[in-house]
Write a protein that binds this ligand. Sequence first.
Ligand code: ATP
Length: 208
Amino acid sequence: MIGIFGGTFDPIHIGHLQPVLEVLQDLALDEIRLIPCHIPPHRTAPVASAAQRLAMLEAAIRGEPGLKADDRELRRPGPSYTIDTLTSLRAELGDTPLCLLLGMDAFAGLNTWHRWRELIQLAHLIVMHRPGSLPPAQGDVGALLAGHRVDDVSLLRSCQAGYILLKEVTQLDISATHIRALAKAGKSARYLLPDGVWELIKKEGIYV
Ligand code: ATP
């Protein structure tokens, strides 16, 4: 069973990494692919270049064998739609169960994603609690959750896709926005992200 976690990663920080590591371990996944997006469909363009975001990601996961950087979205022209990424992973990985990891805030807005109803046909969804975000109880995403939610992790292994698991993770109220603001103000963000990532940001003046 393989996990997938996409994001802008501008920059990657421990608010991403610690929950992802917990999912890797608690669900006994074989690996989690971290996939930086090329052109995010839902937000303004990243500040760091694609190459810088990938370099920061690689620095962050160095020495952690269960976490892998996957640059397929950076190599694909145009907007990074998760449905396309899942389709290409599914073609590559055959019938391995896939788990798409999402923060609760991202999950709550799932119905704005391109061809969002098809995502659950290609992967399970692992929704990680994020400070300040509650599970959607109503609307299209609330209905999707009600129809697909399970609490038993072993069910995820029994099929390729189709279930939603809400996962308690260590909640770290950290955002890339805050880290960029600190760097721009000439302040240190050192303990909010791995040392290697902060060193790269300083060395290349990425957010100055
Ligand atoms: P920004 O501040 O630039 O919007 P971000 O910190 O939210 O960035 P993204 O790269 O946009 O990071 O997030 C990618 C994924 O990580 C999303 O699914 C988001 O919900 C999740 N995520 C980001 N920060 C956290 C956090 N502190 N705790 C849990 N999930 C998080």
